[in-house]
Design a protein around this ligand. Structure first.
Ligand SMILES: NC(=O)c1ccc[n+]([C@@H]2O[C@H](COP(=O)([O-])OP(=O)(O)OC[C@H]3O[C@@H](n4cnc5c(N)ncnc54)[C@H](O)[C@@H]3O)[C@@H](O)[C@H]2O)c1
Length: 255
């Protein structure tokens, strides 16, 4: 398929996991891809894996000027920006409220919330008419997360940003949506990056199980495509049914 032929796609957090999978899939689907990451060597490796016109850019999404330079590099290199997948994120080693100190709180918010704000601000002046922004949030952006309250708070904030920016993007003829993964096997959760497979060959994930980066990438591509032209301002869960029901409970057995 070439849903993105002639289009230019920017992917942040492209060195690893969901961003890497999305960068590869956008390129397979015809886009010229810019792989942006704090880890420039990793972004260069993914751009090399893609080949062709793909290129790598260093960015620290927590820094506003760095985001502006990233977007300027895309415009300088390709003359247009059709799709921005603002996906970079950070989890840290939190294991409950007691383990989150002020420094970790600030870092989680700087990357996962301010980073999205910075990306949106840098993209909105140049996004092409008919273009789309997809922001990777989390299931922890629509429900609390006991293990990492600051991550969850930052991701909730990112959902609010996405919803609040539909008018700014609509004024340019573009859309913005959030994607909210459940558990995904990526380096963020200590899993290795896995090989890409044809779309129809993705494994079926058991209810509430861990998906693969490519499961999220496929939905990000769809959200960015014209087929999703009436989907705007949404926080799309992609979680294998994780949040569909109350957590399974052990019902008390009778007398
Ligand atoms: N893996 C999961 O279970 C899961 C679940 C829900 C949401 N998410 C979200 O998905 C997104 C992608 O995560 P992943 O699982 O692919 O993780 P990952 O660790 O494999 O990839 C994250 C990428 O973001 C980059 N990054 C981190 N800080 C950055 C910064 N300041 N500037 C630029 N790049 C930066 C990292 O270098 C890395 O390449 C994140 O926003 C994450 O919060 C992941």
């Amino acid at each position: 398929m070439t849903r993105f032929a002639g289009k230019v796609a920017l992917v942040t957090g492209a060195a690893s996991g969901i961003g890497r999978a999305a960068a590869i899939r956008f390129a397979e689907d015809g886009a010229r891809v810019f792989c942006a990451d704090l880890n420039l060597a990793g972004a260069e490796a993914v751009a090399g894996e893609i080949g062709g016109a793909a290129s790598a850019i260093h960015v620290d999404v927590a820094d506003a000027a760095s985001n502006r330079m990233m977007v300027q590099s895309v415009i300088d290199g390709a003359g247009q920006l059709d799709v921005a997948f603002l996906n970079a994120g950070y989890y840290g080693a939190a294991q409950g409220l007691d383990t989150v100190d002020e420094a970790l709180f600030d870092r989680l918010v700087a990357i996962n919330l301010k980073g999205v704000f910075n990306g949106i601000k840098a993209v909105v002046p140049v996004i092409a008419s008919g273009g789309a922004v997809v922001v990777t949030v989390s299931a922890a952006g629509v429900i609390g997360h006991v293990g990492n309250p600051a991550y969850s708070a930052a991701k909730h904030g990112a959902v609010g940003l996405v919803k609040s920016c539909v008018d700014a993007f609509a004024a340019r003829g573009a859309r913005i949506n959030a994607i909210c993964p459940g558990g995904v096997e990526t380096p963020l959760v200590g899993a290795p990056d896995v090989a890409m497979v044809p779309e129809g060959a993705l494994p079926q994930v058991p209810l509430r199980g861990f998906g693969q980066a490519q499961h999220i990438a496929e939905v990000a591509l769809w959200l960015a495509s014209p087929a999703a032209g009436f989907v705007n301002g949404q926080a799309q869960l992609v979680d294998g049914g994780l949040l569909s029901t109350f957590a399974p409970v052990q019902l008390p057995v009778g007398p």
